[in-house]
Design a protein. Structure first.
Length: 140
């Protein structure tokens, strides 16, 4: 555990800001998903999607993690990555979750799905369109 002692005022704030930046860069501000993953094997290589809690539940904050294994998809700096989720059998529109770099080819973000049932999750990188597609069942 990190402890900051005897630092006050601007020095303490600067120290806390430095710790926050370091934790963010290390991918530690969003908890790692320990849930089992769904794997997609496409022309860009293996991509894994995890959600916590698993199985995902409707009306619950979900921690999503997408991992590009073995450098399977080169992501350019500044290129946005998002997870777009929709129910293919319904006309509810879609839910987009912005994913932030977490190191090691992992990207994390949080979102909420309002309905139980069959969902499709597409990983979209920049303007390339979907690079991976998953089907999952969300519990009511």
């Amino acid at each position: 555990m990190l402890a900051l002692k005897r630092a006050g005022g601007p020095a303490r704030l600067a120290g806390l800001a430095l710790v926050a930046v370091w934790l963010g860069a290390a991918g530690l501000l969003l908890p790692a998903c320990r849930a089992p993953g769904l794997e997609y094997r496409g022309e860009s290589g293996p991509v894994v999607l995890r959600a916590e809690p698993w199985p995902p539940r409707a009306r619950t904050d979900l921690a999503f993690e997408v991992q590009f294994r073995g450098g399977s998809l080169p992501v350019q700096a500044g290129e946005g990555i998002r997870l777009v989720l929709f129910m293919p059998d319904m006309d509810h529109g879609d839910t987009a979750v912005t994913l932030e770099p977490a190191g090691g080819g992992r990207y994390r973000g949080t979102g909420r799905l309002d309905h139980g049932g069959r969902w499709v999750a597409e990983v979209v990188v920049g303007d390339r369109g979907p690079v991976a597609r998953f089907e999952l069942v969300v519990e009511p």
